[in-house]
Every structure is written in C-alpha cells, then in structure tokens.
Ligand binder design. Sequence first.
Ligand code: CAA
Length: 258
Amino acid sequence: MEYTNIIKRINNKICYITINRPKFLNALNNATITELSSVIKSIKEDKSVRCVIITGAEKKAFVAGADIKEFALFDKKQGNALSKNGHDNLFNLIENLNIPCIAAINGFALGGGLELAMASHIRVASVNAKLGLPEVTLGVIPGYGGTQRLPQLVGKGVAFEMITTGKMISAEEALKLGLVNKVCSQEELVETCEKIAQRIINNSPSAISKAIKSINACYKSGVDGFDTEIELFGSCFETEDFEKGTKAFMEKRKPNYN
Ligand code: CAA
C-alpha cells in the first residue's frame, strides 16, 4: 500500500511510524486509520522488525484525536461504524501485536491520539506533551477504547475524572498517574524510545510475544489470565529461543537472539 498520511521507516530492527498530517495536528481521519492498519499488519508478517516506535510529525502534536471535521455530520450508524472500524482494524491490532509498540508522545495526545498511545504497550512523553480525552466537550464519548484502557492504566477514579471533565494533563502528571512510563525532553524523545527498544531487541522475540499475550489476557473477558500464562509458559519450552537462552546462561554468556 502507498502511504500518504504516514511515514514508515525500518532501521536496526525498529519500525518507525510517523503520523504525518501536521497541518491538522496529525488527526486520525479514515485514510490514516486505514494506512496505520495496513502498516501494522505488514509489521506482523515481517520477522526482521522487533519493535515499533509510533509518533506524530513535527513538534506540536502526537495526534489531536479522531478527525472531527470528518465525523461532524455522521449519524448513529456511521458513528458505530467509525468506532468499530477503529477497534477492529487498528487499536486492537496494536494491543495484540506480537512485538512491543512504543508510543513516542511528542505533543498533544488527545481523544483518539491518547487512545492510540494507550493501545500501545509502552508510552514515553516529551515534557511539552498534553494528554486528555476531551470527547465529552464535543458531545461524544471516547470511541477508540478510551473508556476501557484508561481505567486499566490509571484506575477507575482518575479515569472518571479525566473523561467527565475532559481536561488535559501534563506529561509530569501523566507520569505520576502511571499513564506514561517516562518523560524526557522533546530532543531526547526518540533516543529514549530507542534505548527501550534496544533492550527489547536483545531479548527472546518468542518469549516477548507470549508475554504480550499473557499480559493482555488479564483484561480479556471470559479468559482466565492465569490459565493463559500456564499454557504459554509451557509452550516456551519447545522454542529455539528457550534453548538459546538457557544454554547461554549455563555457558555464562549473553544469548544472541538476532
Ligand atoms: N480533528 C480535525 N482537525 C483538527 C483536530 C481534530 N481532532 N485537532 C486539530 N485540528 C486542526 C484544526 O482544526 C486546525 O485546522 P484549521 O487551521 O484548518 O482550522 C489545525 O488542526 C490546528 O489546530 P488549532 O488551530 O485548533 O490549534 P490550537 O493550537 O489552537 O489548539 C488543540 C490545539 C487544543 C489540540 C485543538 O486543536 C483541539 O482542541 N483539537 C481537538 C482535540 C479533540 O477534541 N480531540 C478529540 C477528537 S474526538 C475523538 O478522538 C473521538 C474518538 O475517541 C474516536
């Protein structure tokens, strides 16, 4: 697929995805959602990629939300379809991706933007970032998973406050709440994410993909996360990575998973 709203680049096993609509603060219109969905699907098939870093173009915004201008005249059916398409074709795909996705939050992460960051596995924000779910100010509710993933990350009480007030919080406040993992300067943002990515890349890709599955099982209804963990733990023992990792330990050297 040819990308016009995003930029994809692969270097040293990291796939960098930049949402590239800076004129509209990288708002997620339908075309951008389709392109992001396609790039995530392509990464899933690409064994050479071991970590994803997703960010917004230029310095002002990560993503300022779903494209309000695009949905302003939607009816109920179209609203349902917008939300379901986002869940099925992008946000759930990222959450369940077999490799970790790091959101490099370089500015405004609002509405669908914060939801994109929350679907990612790890979040790093630059000091200037502002995060929030302002949907109720527009007469809608978060529709790309915000009502579910925000309480999972910060607890129900803070989620109620953030969603009902629609207020933005600073990167430092987000760090205190556990909504982001780290805060750094804007200049250091990519490098900080790359350091995390490098540590990930040094580890077993098959174990990482199982760990992602097992952690996500904690939040899936009708699934017993402990049973999932038992099953996936056992399945590690038939992998080449397990052989490599334990052999390297016995031989007092670092394993090579590349
Ligand atoms: N959708 C469409 N266009 C957007 C946008 C969005 N979410 N956010 C910003 N833009 C556009 C603006 O309309 C403007 O374009 P024009 O010059 O053509 O009018 C351009 O980006 C620059 O934005 P501003 O002039 O507004 O910049 P600012 O510095 O004055 O304000 C801001 C920045 C506070 C982030 C403000 O742009 C804003 O409030 N944006 C909307 C944030 C929002 O409500 N997000 C939630 C969207 S709903 C959603 O996401 C639903 C869901 O869960 C599925």
